[in-house]
Design a protein around this ligand. Sequence first.
Ligand SMILES: [Zn+2]
Length: 189
Amino acid sequence: MRGHVEKKGDRYYVVVDHGEQPFRSCPTPKCRGGQWTHQAGEISCEKCSAILCAPASRRRRIWHGSWLKKGAASDEMTRLLGNAQRGSYVEPAKLTLSEWVEKRWLPGLSVRESTRHSYARNLRTHALPRLGSVQLQQLTPSDLNTLYRSLGSDGNKGHRMARDCRPGRSATSTRSSAGRSVTLCSRTC
Ligand SMILES: [Zn+2]
């Protein structure tokens, strides 16, 4: 498996090239649905319910990220390709917010146990019931604003959270609809 860093707008992405893979495309015009699988038989399109075409070989590239600094993206690429060699590569789109919060973000936080407990409680009470099933890559800035508010009504905890992520490594910043900057770490830090 190979990879490279690509810039889009002002952000950097890691593109992992998985080579030729069987893809079953959706026959409906303009529907861009489909599934990467070699499985035969009837499979419905997730978007329009049409029966997908037979598998055909297609080059598969998966985008990860994004990061503001090229170095952070390069570090992540090294990690992803290393994982791939060890057989533990995880496709980004498969992780939901709940899975990411529970399995990666909370366990990886370097904060006091009481702080971690408070983040966990607030997220589970306010954000995860609404957003937990959203795939990470589909989260919007306003979704993140909801998350941010759930961590503390005065915003202090949000800032503390941002500081807990080591600067320049992998913090993901986005501007919320209210104009506030929201920072969440994109991996355990
Ligand atoms: Zn479709």
